[in-house]
Design a protein around this ligand. Structure first.
Ligand code: ZN
Ligand code: FE
Ligand code: FE
Ligand code: ZN
Length: 272
């Protein structure tokens, strides 16, 4: 059996965000070397209300980022897509929309990394878990993801159960909260990604994990794959294992974002 990776990677970062290594051309080179069919660059959008040079690109870097990736799109037509990972902050929808509409993004990954200003996925903020009820953290996080999806700003919802990153699991049954979230995602037409970064983190499993993915499948929600690479060597990270997992759950893993003239890409499933 071949281990060649045949799935596009739609979640990658660059040094512009302040905590990743390599330029977009290095990620594209890595994708070519790995034999990926396509790559999307999706660096962290300037944060609306949380300016921090170590967390996202600066507002004045956005135009340069877009120009750089568009140049790669011209050099590798059909192989490179221009994406962005845009945090969702409640109440800042119009600020986020203004930035997203200012540039010709092919797709937008909507992510939640903050709960009331607490950056829960930053190892430096780990103490915050001890101060909170973990079930309430999960509930608030799922609620925000549903809100994010319903804004219509996002193509893909990023790392659906990121709160588990350091191994914090809910103590109560989350079936109902998850079901309610997935109804909202399904109703708003967003896609969910299988994000393999979790395999590099203490939790040691993809986001979202297998049980959540079963529920995603049951709700008829489409998927894409993302390595969340913060270094070129992480492009396509563990995609063979991730594809096996997705296939085992019954997903069509041939998902591909197809560019739409004058609008965000939509996901299509390639025929064999
Ligand atoms: Zn990052
Ligand atoms: Fe993220
Ligand atoms: Fe990311
Ligand atoms: Zn991410």
């Amino acid at each position: 059996m071949s281990t060649r990776v045949t799935i596009p990677d739609y979640h990658t970062h660059t040094s512009r965000c302040g905590h990743a290594a390599g330029m977009s051309k290095d990620y594209v080179a890595a994708a070519l070397a790995t034999g990926l069919p396509a790559i999307g660059i999706s660096d962290h959008m300037p944060l609306a209300g949380h300016p921090d040079p170590g967390v996202s690109m600066a507002p004045e870097d956005l135009a340069g980022y877009v120009a750089e990736v568009r140049e790669l799109k011209r050099r590798y037509p059909g192989f490179v897509l221009l994406g962005i990972e845009a945090d969702y902050f409640p109440g800042r929808e119009e600020d986020i929309r203004a930035v997203l509409e200012s540039q010709p993004f092919d797709y937008v990954i909507g992510s939640v990394h903050y709960l009331d200003g607490w950056g829960f996925d930053d190892v430096g903020n780990l103490a915050g878990f001890a101060e909170r009820d973990i079930d309430a953290v999960y509930a608030q996080y799922f609620e925000l993801l549903g809100d994010a999806a319903e804004t219509g700003l996002y193509t893909i919802i990023g790392h659906l159960d990121l709160v588990k990153k350091f191994g914090h699991r809910p103590t109560r049954d989350m079936t109902r909260a998850l079901d309610s979230l997935l109804r909202r995602l399904s109703g708003s037409g967003v896609i969910v990604e299988i994000n393999t970064a979790g395999l590099r983190k203490p939790v040691g499993e993809v986001y979202p994990g297998p049980e959540v993915l079963e529920a995603v499948r049951a709700h008829g929600i489409g998927i894409t794959f993302g390595s969340d690479a913060h270094a070129p060597g992480e492009v396509g990270w563990e995609f063979v294992a991730a594809a096996d997992l997705a296939r085992g759950i019954g997903f069509d893993v041939r998902a591909e974002l197809v560019q739409q003239p004058g609008g965000l890409a939509r996901v299509e499933y390639r025929r064999l």
